[in-house]
Design a protein around this ligand. Structure first.
Ligand SMILES: Cc1cc2nc3c(=O)[nH]c(=O)nc-3n(C[C@H](O)[C@H](O)[C@H](O)COP(=O)(O)OP(=O)(O)OC[C@H]3O[C@@H](n4cnc5c(N)ncnc54)[C@H](O)[C@@H]3O)c2cc1C
Length: 521
């Protein structure tokens, strides 16, 4: 019997129907199976969490409804790849495989190689389409920002009106979390996946919430509400970067054209800040695309051995559990465990504290955070973790004072008291450094240091000084300066044909860089 022809659309981190080029291209050519595969080996990785699973399932449920509205259906399998393709392919004649390009981790990279081999052996063309500003096989970073702009302003891919599906296909079902060995989640009030929620989140940010963006983004008290909160939707592809960018541009125009006095002028600054962050998203992912090794290795190899051999498990456990004796660190970690999101500044502080104060190598701390970030995006995540750890060779070394972060961003302790209840009654003035509380006040407020809340795990000034000395001892060497140049040529953001000066200090590279020198206010 002749096998009927189908094309596969293989869903990866692109769980939407709008602006979905693989679905659009496949639909034009006959019966299409839009397939999501839960790969047990991927789910067994320490970066993956039940919260990611729930978010993906919610997104697939939303996508499934959208496909059904145009006559399509969602196919689901649990299994490794390419084995799943082999199994389905045995009953059908697969004429093409369509997917987006993925800037993933080492596992997804190796799996893509296996899929590619399978497709080649069977003569099945595999069409991979870009899905954001990341450029595959990029030759040079010169002018990358212009390429990004060009991609973001190109037309959005149309949504098909009709999708043909094969007869007699086993569409499968969404698995239970336990089938992939995932624990019950302790997290509450997480963002819910899906294209519908992605659009609502973007709309509410662009029309109401975004107004306070610039002022509110740095504090964990306000950021939850004032940041866009688009990150998990972008990470799992519930909305495309191009759609977000084009809606932002439309909103910027609306703000520009609004009659004087009808809109607060702060909208202009807020929308501009948001626009730069969208470019950062792809800028950081481009680094992993160009150098997949940075998931595991220091970007600047002169820093190899800096911390790797000094790993202190006890300190790591205290950091992970939010019991370092530094209220802002502990509150952020515990908040993250509950809500799976924390703002940029607090992420940077958590990593900087682990890498500098506790002198922990960035790789294990990055894996712990990846598990707890609902928006885990390998390209952004590993680059950022290295950046905050001083191993990139082209970024400023930032070592935060956790006490100062309390004074600047949670002066009344609203955030700390919520997540570290042991400190609920500690007076504001002692919250940055509870160990400075006199004994009688400790007794009065029911928080005895060393019993109810730990003493600081390390002394801030000493730890700061020691980290700075060790990093700067390497940073000043000619080998470090030479390597900074190499890193800057490979990963630095710069305008088209910016002359590459020959800096004498690594800090001069930072001055030349467009996207690598940012801070939040
Ligand atoms: C150590 C560390 C790890 C990080 N890991 C991730 C990660 O795994 N996934 C992730 O999406 N972001 C990561 N970030 C970047 C940033 O913290 C988050 O993107 C942001 O907090 C998400 O919230 P939002 O969507 O409300 O951001 P908004 O401030 O509203 O920004 C809008 C979008 O711009 C992008 N963006 C914002 N800030 C950055 C940035 N500094 N670098 C790159 N892109 C940015 C994101 O896609 C974000 O959704 C990390 C930052 C640090 C310091």
């Amino acid at each position: 019997m002749q096998r009927s022809s189908v094309q596969f659309v293989w869903l990866k981190r692109d769980l939407r129907l709008s602006d979905h080029r693989p679905i659009w291209e496949a639909c034009k050519n006959g019966p299409t199976v839009v397939l999501y595969v839960f790969e047990p080996k991927l789910w067994a990785m320490p970066e993956m969490d039940r919260s990611h699973f729930d978010f993906i399932v919610q997104s697939l449920e939303d996508l499934s409804k959208r496909l059904e509205m145009i006559g399509g259906r969602l196919a689901v399998r649990v299994g490794e790849l390419p084995e799943v393709f082999v199994e389905i392919g045995s009953s059908f004649h697969v004429t093409a495989l369509h997917s987006h390009e993925e800037t993933g981790n080492g596992f997804t990279y190796d799996r893509d190689l296996r899929v590619s081999k399978w497709a080649r052996q069977l003569g099945i063309p595999w069409f991979q389409y870009p899905q954001n500003g990341v450029v595959r096989a990029l030759k040079s970073r010169n002018g990358w920002a212009d390429l990004w702009q060009k991609r973001m302003t190109a037309s959005v891919t149309p949504t098909p009106k009709q999708i043909a599906i094969p007869n007699h296909f086993d569409w499968g079902r969404l698995p239970e979390a336990k089938e992939l060995g995932l624990d019950v989640s302790q997290k509450t009030n997480l963002q819910v996946g899906g294209e519908t929620n992605a659009n609502e989140t973007l709309d509410s940010f662009l029309t109401t919430r975004g107004f306070h963006y610039r002022k509110g983004m740095s504090s964990p008290v306000s950021a939850h509400q004032d940041c866009s909160r688009l990150s998990p939707y972008l990470a799992w592809g519930c909305i495309s970067m191009k759609s977000v960018y084009q809606r932002l541009i439309a909103r910027q125009q609306e703000v520009r054209e609004a009659p004087a006095g009808s809109l607060d002028s702060r909208w202009t600054g807020a929308l501009n800040s948001f626009a730069s962050r969208l470019a950062w998203h792809c800028h950081f992912m481009q680094k992993l695309e160009d150098e997949p090794e940075l998931e595991f290795q220091n970007i600047s190899r002169v820093y190899d051995g800096l911390r790797e051999n000094d790993f202190n498990q006890e300190r790591f456990e205290a950091w992970k559990e939010g019991r370092t004796g530094y209220p802002m660190i502990d509150a952020c970690m515990r908040a993250l465990h509950q809500r799976s999101w924390i703002n940029f500044r607090m992420r940077a502080m958590l990593v900087s504290f682990a890498s500098n104060h506790l002198w922990l190598h960035w790789r294990p701390t990055a894996v712990h955070l990846a598990k707890h970030f609902l928006d885990f995006e390998p390209g952004i995540h590993f680059s950022q973790c290295q950046m905050q750890s001083g191993t990139t060779g082209i970024n400023t070394i930032r070592i935060y004072s956790p006490a100062k972060q309390v004074i600047d961003h949670d002066p009344t302790g609203a955030f700390i008291r919520q997540y570290v209840p042991e400190l609920a009654n500690v007076p504001d003035q002692y919250l940055p450094e509870p160990h400075r509380m006199p004994m009688d006040i400790q007794s009065q407020v029911g928080c005895i240091l060393g019993r109810d809340y730990p003493f600081p795990i390390v002394e801030h000034r000493q730890a700061y000084k020691s980290a700075q000395e060790k990093i700067f001892a390497i940073r000043q060497t000619s080998a470090a300066i030479d390597d900074s140049r190499r890193v800057f040529v490979k990963h630095g953001s710069r305008k088209k044909r910016d002359p590459l000066l020959k800096p004498k200090k690594t800090s001069e590279f930072i001055q030349q860089s467009l996207f690598d020198r940012f801070e939040d206010p």
